[in-house]
Design a protein around this ligand. Structure first.
Ligand code: FAD
Length: 505
């Protein structure tokens, strides 16, 4: 599926590049009339975020005739599907990030968080943390926009379970993977100390993962690989004390997969072929997490050394506040659940010139899953609309291609993969589900690919080593550049030949 996307990108790229050169000057009048810049100035496009969605927009705007500003507290793009690998030392943290300035070298970047949007004066208020020595201060500043792209992602949802925020680790940011790696190393060092009983060693090596979605399952798979392949070499005799418990409140693992693949995942996780089985417990709701124990709703408890919460995604305060401040959002509040409600062209209801997509948005009438695939396809779509020169000022109807804009030329040459409408009207965003993959450990992965999309398409399914080969090749090809591809490939080879290294630095 990555090849399909790349072909489309390539065609767009060739068409866009050749014709952009001819048409660049045409942009100077400003096509983005929903908030046109003063005459003679280039439109100001402000992108909030540096994740999957933002990165896809930025790639499309590389050659567009607009001034792009990026605001994000993180100055790099993070390849989230590989966080579990980074947490277990299969990959090095720096191999799965790309500096955001490289995604679009002509964009201006500010390391800051957006805190408010004034949709009337078209200004974003941002807050950065400026540190000098040991003292830090918050500094506010404003960034004006003609078009604003909100791709700030989501937060972790703890569902109000007591003690989760205080005692659990999470797996959302690179710092989470680094913290997990540190604490795992610490747990093994503690369990290696002399004078401990067998029971004490078992407790110090009990790892509890809460949530059996892709993050929880993949982390357990990587953890099992580490315990099977590296623990006997690094911590002789400790393997028999290791216990990995995967807790899931529902009666299924990996909800997004079909039933037969869920069953295959369960079997693979529970099999003890490598000397370590994952203790998967279904219908096991967590009531509370204390400093030493995970308390379950059936009254039982598990003493742990390390607990990881991978059980849900929530809405960022900034997104919730922005949605609440816009009266037009109220009509969609029930289905959007705190996220920004957008129409099929990703326009935020009640905020002309503002777009949102990815984990922070809800497309009214088409609830898409919160995945990198959706965010990245939506970012590519919107980036291309902007670069092609669609006019977003025409009210609720589809954006129209501005006469003479780069997109009109590419359309005429039949090269644009996006603009198919003869009238020059932008087609609505539709998500093409290219399939899902999940690593379950032991060099095996689940694969569920929808050839031809969800509707009317054919499903290709599998679980095993062939799936693992596909999983690796897809993730390798999805890396943003050659540098990351090489780093990831070298890390995999290094882990295979020399083993993983969890030394705490
Ligand atoms: P993100 O990628 O989360 O990016 C949000 C960006 O906004 C970040 O740069 C953040 O720093 C920035 N930001 C936050 N607040 C602000 C603010 N106030 N102002 C400015 N910037 C802000 N999906 C898949 O499809 N396949 C997978 O295999 C997969 N595996 C995953 C594994 C893990 C461990 C995790 C955590 C997620 C995984 N996902 C996967 C889900 C996927 O990562 C998300 O759906 C995707 O990141 C959403 O993209 P986004 O652009 O909406 O947000």
């Amino acid at each position: 599926w990555s090849t399909l996307e790349k072909d489309a990108d390539w065609l767009g790229f060739v068409g866009g590049r050749c014709l952009d050169a001819l048409d660049d000057s045409l942009f100077r009048g400003g096509y983005l009339s929903s908030g046109s810049p003063p005459q003679g100035q280039r439109p100001r496009v402000v992108v909030l975020g540096s994740g999957w969605g933002a990165n896809a927009v930025l790639s499309q705007l590389k050659n567009a005739a607009c001034d792009v500003t990026v605001v994000s507290p993180r100055n790099y793009f993070l390849f989230t599907p590989m966080l579990a690998g980074a947490a277990l030392g299969t990959l090095e943290p720096r191999s799965i990030i790309e500096p955001i300035r490289e995604a679009n070298p002509t964009a201006t970047y500010f390391e800051a968080e957006a805190t408010a949007i004034d949709t009337v004066s078209k200004v974003v208020t941002c807050e950065s943390v400026v540190c000098e020595g040991v003292s830090c201060e918050l500094r506010d500043f404003e960034v004006p926009y003609d078009l604003l792209v909100v791709a700030v992602g989501a937060s972790t949802n703890t569902f109000g379970v007591k003690g989760v925020k205080e005692h659990c680790l999470f797996m959302k940011q690179l710092s989470d993977a680094i913290a997990f790696r540190e604490q795992l190393g610490y747990a093994f060092e503690q369990a290696s100390l002399p004078g401990l009983s067998e029971e004490q060693r078992r407790e110090k090596l009990t790892f509890v993962v809460i949530g059996a979605g892709p993050t929880g399952v993949e982390l357990c798979g990587e953890l099992r690989d580490f315990v099977a392949q590296d623990v006997p070499r690094l911590y002789e005799d400790l393997q028999r004390f290791v216990r990995v418990v995967l807790l899931e409140a529902s009666d299924k693992v990996l909800m997004a997969f079909d039933g037969d693949l869920q069953e295959a995942a369960l079997q693979k996780l529970r099999s003890d072929e490598q000397g370590i089985a994952i203790d998967v417990r279904l219908s096991a709701g967590v009531r509370e997490v204390t400093e030493e124990e995970v308390l379950l709703s059936d009254g039982s408890s598990i003493r742990y050394a390390l607990s990881l919460w991978a059980a849900g995604i929530g809405t960022l305060d900034f997104v919730r506040r922005t949605a609440e401040a816009l009266p037009a959002q109220a009509a969609h509040a029930d289905e959007a659940r705190g996220r920004l409600a957008v129409d099929s062209w990703l326009r935020v209801a009640g905020a002309p010139g503002v777009f949102a997509f990815g984990d922070c948005a809800h497309v009214v009438g088409s609830p898409y899953p919160a995945t990198a695939q959706v965010a990245s396809q939506a970012g590519t779509y919107l980036g291309r609309l902007v670069a092609d020169g669609y006019d977003f000022g025409g009210g609720d109807g589809p954006p129209k291609l501005t006469p003479g804009a780069p997109g009109e030329r590419t359309l005429r040459h039949g090269l644009s993969s996006l603009a198919r409408s003869k009238e020059g009207l932008a087609p609505p965003f539709t998500f093409l589900n290219l399939g899902i993959l999940a690593y379950v450990g032991k060099s095996e992965a689940l694969v569920q690919i929808a050839v031809g999309g969800d509707e009317g398409g054919k499903k290709v399914k599998g679980a095993g080593e062939a799936g693992f080969a596909l999983w690796r090749s897809v993730y390798l090809s999805k890396q943003y550049g050659l540098r990351n591809r090489i780093l990831v490939a070298v890390d995999w080879a290094k882990a295979r030949v020399f083993g993983r290294d969890l030394s705490r630095l």
